[in-house]
Design a protein around this ligand. Structure first.
Ligand code: ATP
Length: 310
């Protein structure tokens, strides 16, 4: 990849593999994260998201392939790389014995570019009392505290590992979404991992999907979504099973009416429906969640990434 060593490219990952005993956590992953984007990293539990983020941070060394962050090797140049990164870890490791205010001052000491006014603004937004012991914060408050610490030095690259975990819906949508967008609008870059596809759809503009350590998809969200369509078809005679239909990923329905999640060129899908003698009753853009579920399971309406069915 030509921009691999380019200092203006936040993240360039080339053919990175990583094995933990018998588990292939990452398998030949190649991806590039351009500047100023919100990049959503999605995948089931254990797909390799955290392992990938740890390579970007230099906490894990690539067993094969290479990782460059702003053109640098994060294992060889940790200081230069880490000062440009804000990181919210999945398990929110924070010193429980400190108070909120103390932890803010303590963290500030490590970052020359720390913005105290912004830290204070975030502390107020999150309604975090500076005298509260970190160990007594709720799960959601810990996530907010971690987010504040990751953001207040205005990093060029913000890495958020499951940032929504523990946050209620309002904070998730209104605050997290706004914070993430602001970072990107200022020309900085955000990589966040999530298994909440509605959230990814709402906030990300690029998307990478890890499946069992392999990069299954990578691209602009709009490009990915434009390849899918949901067709509700009315057939002249009842069908007791879904018809043969090239590009159909999943079907739902019975008798005369069936709904198909279709992958491919929309016009080709319409032609195929007409050839089957079906009338298209409805045509909609499926949600990211519907697309993923159909791709992973071949079924509709199952929340596989969230690890639950419904
Ligand atoms: P989750 O959403 O559950 O956090 P993830 O996509 O972040 O999942 P990873 O944490 O990267 O997944 O884990 C990928 C695989 O590698 C899993 O099977 C995990 O058990 C394994 N793994 C990760 N770290 C280690 C380790 N230090 N030692 C052994 N196995 C590990």
């Amino acid at each position: 990849m030509s921009s691999r060593n380019d200092a203006s490219t936040p993240v360039a990952i080339q053919s990175v593999s990583r094995r933990f005993r018998r588990k292939q956590a990452l398998d030949q992953v190649t991806l590039e994260i351009p500047r100023g984007v919100v990049f959503g990293l999605v995948g089931e539990n254990g797909a390799g998201k955290t392992t990938l983020i740890k390579h970007i941070l230099g906490l894990l060394r690539a067993e094969s392939g290479s990782v460059r962050v702003f053109g640098m090797d994060p294992v060889k140049q940790p200081e230069e790389v880490l000062k440009r990164i804000g990181y919210l870890s999945e398990n929110r490791d924070l010193p429980n014995w400190m108070r909120v205010g103390e932890l803010i001052l303590f963290t500030q000491a490590f970052f020359p570019d720390w913005d105290p006014a912004y830290a204070e603004e975030l502390r107020n937004t999150f309604d975090l009392d500076p005298t509260t012991k970190v160990g007594t914060l709720s799960r959601g408050q810990r996530a907010q505290m971690g987010l504040l610490l990751a953001l207040a030095h205005r990093p060029d690259l913000l890495l958020l590992d499951e940032p929504s975990s523990g946050l209620d819906a309002v904070v998730r949508r209104d605050i997290l979404g706004a914070v993430i967008r602001t970072v990107a609008d200022e020309g900085r870059t955000v990589l966040f991992s999530s298994h909440l596809l509605d959230e990814v759809e709402y906030v990300a503009d690029h998307l990478a999907f890890l499946h069992e350590g392999k990069l299954a998809w990578n691209g602009l969200l709009t490009d990915i979504k434009s390849r899918y369509r949901s067709f509700t078809l009315h057939f002249p005679t009842p069908c007791d099973k879904p018809p043969r239909f090239d590009g159909a990923l999943s079907w739902e329905g019975s008798g005369l009416e069936w709904t198909c999640l279709f992958e491919g060129d929309t016009e080709t899908g319409r032609d195929a429906a007409t050839k089957l003698g079906a009338a298209i009753m409805e045509e909609t853009e499926p949600s990211l969640e519907e697309i993923f579920v159909a791709r992973v399971t071949g079924k509709r309406n199952r929340r596989v990434l969230a690890g639950r069915e419904g």
